[in-house]
Write a protein of this length. Structure first.
Length: 143
């Protein structure tokens, strides 16, 4: 027995509004939680060193040897420097240079020395008017 003869059958409806709401929430979550790269990749070519012997020039350039310890202490031509201020280091470099016209500054820094200690010495050399700066390295056995 079918008592609903005169009634039209209701077609089932799919309500899309809640599904769209859920998709928008997921989209917003993904946009907010995605991390973006803060820095663009930089292509830099680093200098390379070789362990080949370099022919020494006949004339040795006028050089000032500077040592930077792990504790941030300085020596200039094996004489300890009392202060670490840039002005004092500049004056110590000028007195070590004596009458050298444009000496070569050779910086020997401990591997555990702070980067700022080396930069401070470079700035002191710049203020003293010395532009020829080089660094020494050590080759570890087995490399």
């Amino acid at each position: 027995m079918n008592f609903q003869r005169g009634r039209a059958k209701e077609e089932p409806e799919i309500n899309l509004v809640p599904m769209i709401d859920v998709l928008l929430v997921i989209l917003i979550f993904l946009v907010v939680s995605t991390t973006y790269s803060k820095f663009a990749e930089l292509e830099i070519t680093l200098p390379e060193a070789s362990n080949q012997e370099v022919e020494q020039p006949v004339e040795k350039p006028q050089a000032i040897d500077i040592t930077v310890t792990a504790m941030g202490e300085y020596t200039i031509n094996q004489v300890p420097v009392r202060s670490t201020s840039i002005e004092y280091l500049r004056d110590a470099l000028r007195s070590a240079a004596k009458d050298f016209k444009d000496p070569l500054i050779i910086i020997n820094a401990d591997e555990n020395a702070k980067h700022q200690s080396v930069i401070t010495m470079m700035e002191a050399a710049r203020l003293a008017g010395y532009n020829k700066i080089t660094f020494t390295t050590e080759i570890k056995p087995g490399n």
